[in-house]
Structure formats: structure tokens, C-alpha cells
Design a protein around this ligand. Sequence first.
Ligand SMILES: [Fe+2]
Length: 207
Amino acid sequence: MANKPVSAARQPTINAQPRIHQRAGEIQAYGTVSHGLPLELEEPVRLEMTEQLNLLLADTMTLRDLYKKSHWQVAGPTFYQLHLLFDKHYDEQVAIVDEIAERIQLLGGVSLAMAADVAETTRIERPPRGREEVPVQISRLLDAHQTIIGQCRQLSRRASELGDDGTNDMVVSGVLRANELQVWFLSEHLVDVPLVHAEAPSVRKTG
Ligand SMILES: [Fe+2]
């Protein structure tokens, strides 16, 4: 028996042309969380956590980019070691950015992603486009870390209060501790110790 012919109207158009330039409405608005996830976390908790995590994300993305700026623009006798250190910290911040963004998504939220949205959201001071000297570069990075560390402490406590243990764990283990370690590596570069000649005890000042 012959197959029944498909009517012309229902026949799919087969065409090798890619369907480019497409646009459509959003499938989820920023600032909302999806309903009914099997996480045993109520919607208001997920809403508050994703809002706070997006602030942390914006600041972390800004710090990440500040590290790359510093990596490219660093100058002076410590160029080589700082060029490498800044890029190592950049790579670590890239991993943290991904961890925060995916935590927001798994909580049912929408993570910030684009530079313009990040710039509107971050609390970290915008640096100039031009190059700055090493002590200023490091000071800017430390200020950015301080903003993030302060937020981590508040956010982790709030997550714990609300029963969001996963966010608490991620913020403390993944974000806070990595930032604390990077602060140590940076701040030691701002200690003013002699490079070649030790100072005589009579001229040594403390405090
Ligand atoms: Fe590089």
C-alpha cells in the first residue's frame, strides 16, 4: 500500500539557509526566580539570595577585569612577577565568577552577564582608562577585594539564617577564602622593605 501524501501546507520546508537575525521575547525576566524547583527552598529565599548573589557577581566580574587591566598595564622593576601574579588571580576570579553565576541559575534566578549591566551594578570604583603606577594598581585591587569580602561575610550569614546552606558554603569556601588569600599575596607587595641595603637599627621606624 502506498504512503499517504503529506499535504503541501503541512510539509516542512527543507532549506540549507541558516535562520539568522532572529529575536523573540525573554523566556525569563531578570530579577525573577522560577517556581517549584525541588530544592526545599521557598521562593522568597531564592529571590533574596539571587539578588544578593548578583551584586557579588557584578563586583567579582569587575575585580576580574581589574586584574586583566593590571596584568596588561603594569610597569616597573616588578613587572614580570606582577604580570604573572595578576594573571593567576584573574584566572581564579574567572572560576569564581562562573561558580556564582551558576549558583544564581540553579536557584532559579537569572545571572548578570554583560559588561554594561555589570558596570551599572558594581560598587567598585571605576579606574581610569590609562595606566597607573604599581602601588595604585595594587591599592585599587585591595579596595575591590575589601568590598567583596565584606559582602561575603554579610551574605554568608544571611544565607545561613535563611537555611540556604549551599549558598553559605559556596560564599565562604569558594569566594571568601580565595579573596582572603589573594589579599595576602597583594598586600605584601605594599610593605616598604629595603631591596638591597638593610637599614641600620637606629633609623628603623615601626608603626
Ligand atoms: Fe597575558
